[in-house]
Design a protein around this ligand. Structure first.
Ligand SMILES: NC(=O)c1ccc[n+]([C@@H]2O[C@H](COP(=O)([O-])OP(=O)(O)OC[C@H]3O[C@@H](n4cnc5c(N)ncnc54)[C@H](O)[C@@H]3O)[C@@H](O)[C@H]2O)c1
Ligand SMILES: [Zn+2]
Ligand SMILES: [Zn+2]
Length: 385
């Protein structure tokens, strides 16, 4: 490629400081170093986590250094590779991932977990393996969110955080497998291990919750109860396989009591996809005693949960999931296959498509009633140096 080994000048949405809208800037993206891959981003979803790290930093969220390029749910094409990269080649279609998979460590070799820690500390701190970022703007280092930074036309990621996918995959759809859809789907399939003919309740019907509904449906659950305070989400939830949809605000009693009554004792599986300890509790208490399983997919770094020990003593299981339990680099290509084979829905999650320059509008849309995922498509002119 003409750009191989050179700095690329392109556009990115830079977060200069917490709590302020993003600015579209010209940034320099350095060539990849050893075990790194430079990617031309084609499409990226806008996830709540991006918004939260911009606007909730300082309210207890882990501090991320600024300036920062956010974005972590993307798909693109490999532009160039650094020395010692063997897993991908220029021109390959890829999905960059915030969760690594080195394939060699004790965790990667164990079927019990997907929590590979390769480059973990650095990626959480916004830098790559050598302690620096590959993105700069106006002479200043710009940090990389979760080692990804997909709100940039080009980015550089570790080779252990990039999944090579089939060449006929539509990047503007499969980008959603970089975060929310994989998380919710895996919460049902991997973490919950939802069984045929079981009863399920999914709390929160955003992208993660709808994907959890989809996972329950693929597992041939008999009953799938969708729970959300926003009834605008119900129609889509039914399309995804929910058999009942309920709004906690329509009842005077706690929603877990409603679910227990509806199911004659509680659901076999409850999946929390909101990120609130009160709802995590409601989800746990809506499961059946003796064998009910509650999976937490919703995120909070700041809050704690207080639960009735007796609920656990009576045989319930409570567990959490990160990225749906998928071993990122290894499993995401299989999820792409599932989409291409019509086993997984993706198109139905996309409620808006915008160019990168409208990123702040995409953040505003996160609060709209019918928003599931806004996708940013990268068609802006690119300048090479
Ligand atoms: N575990 C992971 O690896 C992982 C990965 C991605 C996202 N997440 C987390 O998953 C959660 C969901 O993400 P999303 O993108 O689907 O978010 P979202 O905001 O699109 O969806 C959340 C839904 O919950 C509903 N809700 C809010 N309060 C409720 C209540 N009291 N009862 C019932 N429903 C309620 C909202 O109306 C909305 O439909 C977030 O916390 C996100 O950070 C976790
Ligand atoms: Zn996300
Ligand atoms: Zn590993």
């Amino acid at each position: 490629m003409a750009t191989d080994g050179k700095v690329i000048t392109c556009k990115a949405a830079v977060a200069w400081e917490p709590g302020k809208p993003l600015c579209i800037e010209e940034v320099e993206v350095a060539p990849p170093k050893a075990h790194e891959v430079r990617i031309k981003v084609v499409a990226t979803g806008v996830c709540h986590t991006d918004w939260e790290y911009l606007f909730e930093t300082g309210k207890g969220m882990k501090f991320r250094p600024f300036p920062l390029v956010l974005g972590h749910e993307a798909a693109g094409i490999v532009e160039s590779i650094g020395p010692e990269v063997t897993r991908v080649s220029p021109g390959d279609k890829v999905i960059p991932l915030f969760l690594p998979y080195c394939g060699e460590c004790e965790r990667c070799l164990s079927p019990k977990t997907n929590h590979c820690k390769k480059n973990w500390t650095n990626m959480q701190a916004g830098v790559l393996a050598d302690g620096t970022s590959r993105i700069s703007c106006k002479g200043q280092q710009v940090y990389q969110f979760l080692g990804v930074s997909s709100f940039s036309q080009y980015t550089v990621v570790p080779d252990t955080s990039v999944a090579k996918i089939r060449s006929d995959a539509p990047l503007d759809k499969v980008c959603l497998l970089g975060c929310g859809v994989s998380t919710g789907y895996g919460a049902a399939i991997n973490a919950g291990k939802v069984e045929k003919d079981s009863s399920c309740a999914v709390f929160g019907l955003g992208a993660v919750g709808l994907a959890a509904v989809m996972g329950c449906k693929v597992a041939i659950a008999r009953r799938i109860i969708g729970v959300d305070i926003n009834p605008d989400k119900f129609e889509k939830a039914r399309q995804f396989g929910a058999t009942d949809c309920i709004n906690p605000r329509d009842y005077s009693k706690p929603i877990q009591e409603v679910v227990v009554e509806m199911t004659g004792g509680g659901v076999d599986y409850a999946l929390e996809c909101v990120g609130s300890p009160a709802i995590m509790n409601a989800a746990l208490e809506s499961t059946r005693d003796a064998w009910g399983t509650c999976v937490i997919a919703g995120w909070t770094e700041t809050e704690t949960m207080s639960i009735s020990v007796e609920k656990l003593l009576m045989g319930r299981t409570l567990k959490g999931t990160y990225f749906g339990g998928w071993k990122s680099v290894k499993d995401v290509p299989k999820l792409v296959d599932d989409y291409m084979n019509h086993k997984l829905k993706l198109d139905e999650f996309i409620t808006e498509k915008l160019p990168l320059v409208q990123i702040n509008k995409a953040f505003d849309l996160l609060k709209s009633a019918i928003n599931i995922r806004t996708e940013l498509l990268f068609r802006d002119k690119i300048v090479y140096m």
